[in-house]
Design a protein around this ligand. Structure first.
Ligand SMILES: Nc1ncnc2c1ncn2[C@@H]1O[C@H](COP(=O)(O)OP(=O)(O)OP(=O)(O)O)[C@@H](O)[C@H]1O
Ligand SMILES: [Mg+2]
Length: 472
């Protein structure tokens, strides 16, 4: 797709001259928005985001300084070039002091104009690019911008600083979407390892049987299909940081090997027996209650203790409501830049954001604002663009749910499908009862089928067939 030509706002009250300049600019490959005076220009600045403003300093309805100020208000980085009459150098200097990029004397030489316009637009492009590069660099250096000023978040940031100064293993706990990964990046970025790699692995996203080889790598011939030796994340993270995301989902069987790798910084590749020594700092994160998992024997206690040497708990957004407007503003600016939209949040919208409980935390807030920005057609984001279920609406749906629960309590059979011939109803009822009891027995036996079969006093094969039938 061909790129749209850069747009220039041309402000000149003399029609003949405006037409001449317009032609010259269009021949130079620009699109031109014309304005005959200050009022026109102000309106155009509301509807367009020109790449350059070219304005006469003497206008019928006000002067070019007004246009200059209006343009800078709309976007402080917008390049403005003013046109001055012969002898108007003083005005030109004043304009540049007020933020004009350059001036051009009348009568305007079209070639000179094109040269100036080209340079101004290029300069602006580099400025934007520079800004984006700097942001990207900061992100790559791994010191992400963590927004928030609430006391609870400050404590987190203090801990991040302290943790960055050492090589201890860190456990980041927090609900989904609170910024755990961001915190992990910050720890790495602020540490002496920031020039080394930051390697992340999500233990919940990788199938159990692949996780070990992903983490520790394998030797050639370790299993069918292992045609080449492959290094694992632990090796790749040498001299850097290994981020073990969703560590609560790591299978028990692998936890022992993980513990040893963390304690000794030493492990073997799958199918190999030569131990490898690495220099890796481990940062783990979880949105589960590891302590409870330890109590339920679903997480090794020794690994838990090893990980929780330095715990960092990221608070949910609802516990730091004063950060909501700050974060909202940050996201509006970020997405606004991406979408080339300049909008503001109305006070009512901010009130809505603050009243909501954000179960999905910052990620949900981020998504909500991105959507709002896309939906907003004017210059403001209003409550309706947020599409938040208000608290009263939520209470209403909770009320309906409560009604259903109450109805079921009064008549436990209310949810059952009673339609059709008696034989069908009986069969359905029997199935329901069996399914319910088998699931219960399996739970009680912690999934051990032999024990469940014994408790139900049915043959193992019968139980297995039922489990299959019911898809349990
Ligand atoms: N304080 C913050 N300032 C700016 N952006 C933030 C902040 N906290 C989180 N974010 C952004 O919110 C999103 C979710 O954060 P992140 O992925 O770190 O959360 P998480 O706790 O790892 O979530 P999950 O448990 O779902 O993996 C990211 O896009 C992140 O950049
Ligand atoms: Mg995460």
């Amino acid at each position: 797709m061909a790129q749209a030509p850069p747009e220039i706002l041309l402000v000149e009250d003399k029609e003949s001259l405006r037409r001449m300049l317009r032609l010259a600019l269009e021949q130079g490959g620009y699109a031109v928005v014309e304005a005959a005076g200050f009022t026109d220009a102000a309106a155009a600045l509301r509807d367009h985001r020109p790449a350059l403003v070219l304005s006469d300093l003497r206008l019928g309805d006000g002067d070019g300084f007004g246009v200059l100020r209006q343009a800078k208000d709309a976007d402080p980085d917008i390049p403005v070039v003013v046109m001055t009459a012969y002898g108007g150098v003083e005005d030109a200097v004043r304009a540049m002091r007020e933020g004009a990029l350059d001036f051009i004397a009348k009568p305007v030489d079209p070639d000179h104009l094109l040269l100036l316009a080209g340079r101004a637009i290029e300069q602006r492009r580099l400025l934007t690019e520079n800004f984006l590069l700097r942001e990207e660099l900061a992100a790559r250096r791994g010191v992400p911008h963590i927004i928030g000023e609430h006391e609870s978040l400050r404590k987190v940031l203090q801990n991040v600083q302290r943790a960055a100064g050492s090589d201890t293993t860190i456990l980041i706990e927090g609900e989904s979407g609170t910024g755990k990964e961001l915190v992990a990046h910050a720890v790495h970025g602020l540490s002496a390892r920031s020039n080394g790699p930051f390697v992340a692995i999500n233990c919940a996203a990788i199938p159990e049987n692949l996780l070990e080889t992903e983490l520790f790598g394998y030797e050639k011939g370790a299993f069918t299909g292992a045609a080449q030796r492959k290094p694992g994340k632990f090796e790749v993270a040498h001299r850097g940081t290994l981020f073990l995301d969703e560590i609560g989902d790591m299978p028990l069987a692998l936890q022992a090997k993980m513990l040893r790798a963390i304690e000794e910084r030493r492990f073997e590749r799958v199918g190999g027996n030569a131990p490898l020594q690495v220099d890796v700092r481990v940062v783990a994160a979880t949105n589960r209650h590891l302590k409870q998992m330890v109590a339920a024997k679903r997480f090794r206690e020794d690994l838990y203790f090893r990980l929780s040497v330095f715990p960092i708990v990221v608070p949910p957004l609802r516990e730091r409501p004063t950060d909501i407007p700050l974060l909202a503003q940050h996201f509006i600016e970020r997405f606004g830049r991406d979408l080339k939209k300049r909008v503001t949040l109305t006070p009512a919208a901010i009130e809505h954001l603050c009243a909501y409980s954000w179960p999905g935390n910052i990620r949900e807030l981020q998504n909500c604002l991105e959507r709002a920005l896309i939906l907003a057609e004017g210059e403001t984001i209003q409550p309706m663009h947020l599409q938040l279920q208000t608290i009263s609406e939520r209470a209403a749906s909770e009320d309906t749910l409560r009604d259903v629960v109450t109805a079921l309590a009064a008549n436990p059979y209310a949810a059952f499908d009673w339609s059709g011939p008696l034989a069908d109803v009986s069969r359905r009822a029997l199935n329901e009862a069996e399914k319910y009891r088998i699931r219960q027995a399996l739970d009680e036996a912690a999934g051990d089928r032999a024990r469940a079969a014994e408790a139900l006093q049915v043959p193992m094969r019968f139980l297995q067939a039922k489990i299959k039938d019911f898809g349990l």
